[in-house]
Design a binder for this molecule. Structure first.
Ligand code: FAD
Length: 328
């Protein structure tokens, strides 16, 4: 029987979607051997209200660690608490969202347990006793398959790559004490600055509308913002060419050296489709590309391609989206 521990990431008192995706991966591993999924939920007092959502998506037990000093992410305390919980629950695997937070704590937890990390999983399955993890490499040109056969595996899952499970479990809440005194932490997070002006986070948004140098000037990005607004559930992304030129903040950059996204719909506006950009968005469920060059590489990964001028196409596209939503 193999139990699996999920690190359920929350921000601002609410769980992030990747916490449910990690729970899905954990469920796959636990179900193969009749084990249980345990989730660790850490935050300021009140975070326990989120626990039932983890039960609804497949967690058997939710270990809630509440402390006033844990309103902001504290890698030292979280890693120590997760490592202790892994021991207490006899976890065979620890699954963490591959976010900035997850990438910070996964190696810390692995180091404490003396094991390795399988990072950036886009698929988690079982083959006998081995946990099989698939993850893209070389800007998505190669899919590596890893088999974690050791006593404990620490796995990070790429945000947006896995479906959210619908199989509800008890989600029994147990209280968990932090393994270190949060007030004595050596690192204090004094301020959290989020990108995107308070709009949807790129990794969480069901729709991402991204713009490239084909928009010609920063002020023309309003075309992308208006299309995103028309969808109502879209975040705005950009290519590195655009962020390097200061048209958009670096937090908006999608690609090999930027954010990884896998929304239901990705709209690429005036983007050539360089491999470094495609590496960050090729796992999107449906890709629509608008480019005036019919030979642009973006059309090789697009499900729907529109060959045309973004200044003509995008305003029409925006009106059509608005009209379609108005009819609902
Ligand atoms: C180590 C390394 C890491 C990198 N990491 C990243 C990364 O993480 N993310 C990333 O995005 N890039 C990354 N890059 C840069 C990448 O190689 C490309 O240079 C960049 O993605 C190109 O951005 P773009 O598509 O906006 O611009 P361009 O390549 O200049 O493409 C603009 C496109 O707009 C089209 N266009 C022009 N005018 C119009 C119009 N009026 N209507 C319609 N279409 C029009 C053109 O046909 C063209 O295809 C990296 C590069 C390196 C070397």
């Amino acid at each position: 029987m193999a139990n699996v521990l999920v690190v359920a990431e929350a921000r601002g008192g609410a769980l992030k979607k990747v916490a449910f995706e990690a729970t899905t991966a954990a469920r796959t591993i636990a179900d193969a051997s009749g084990g249980q999924v345990h989730a660790v939920l850490v935050g300021a007092p009140g975070i326990a209200a989120e626990a039932s959502k983890l039960g609804a998506t497949g967690a058997d037990v939710v270990h809630v660690c509440e402390h006033p000093a844990l309103e902001q992410f504290d890698a030292e305390v979280l890693a120590a608490t997760v490592a202790a919980a892994a021991g207490a629950t006899a976890a065979r695997a620890i699954v963490v969202g591959g976010t900035a937070m997850g990438q910070d704590i996964a190696p810390r937890v692995a180091a404490k347990l003396g094991v390795g990390v399988a990072a950036d999983a886009t698929e988690v399955t079982m083959d006998g006793d081995a946990i099989v993890i698939r993850h893209p490499m070389a800007t998505g040109k190669v899919i590596a398959t890893l088999a974690a056969s050791g006593p404990v595996a620490v796995i990070t899952v790429r945000p947006g790559a896995l479906a959210v499970g619908t199989e509800a479990r008890a989600g029994t809440v147990q209280s968990l004490a932090p393994a270190l005194d949060p007030a004595a932490s050596r690192v204090k997070v004094t301020k959290l600055t989020t990108g995107g002006g308070g709009k949807l986070d790129l990794a969480e948004a069901p729709v991402v509308v991204s713009g490239g140098r084909g928009l010609k000037a920063p002020e023309n990005f309003k075309l992308v913002e208006e299309l995103a607004d028309a969808f109502g559930n879209a975040a705005v992304g950009a290519t590195r060419a655009v962020t390097d030129d200061g048209w958009r903040p670096h937090s908006d950059q999608i690609g090999q050296t930027g954010r990884q996204v896998a929304p239901n719909l990705y709209v690429a506006v005036g983007i050539s489709g360089a491999i470094q950009h495609v590496a960050g968005m090729r796992n999107s469920k449906t890709i629509v590309a608008i480019n005036k060059d019919k030979d642009a590489p973006i059309f090789k990964v697009a499900d729907y391609g529109i060959v045309g001028d973004v200044f003509e196409i995008v305003p029409k596209f925006t009106e059509m989206v608005k009209a379609a939503r108005a009819q609902r």
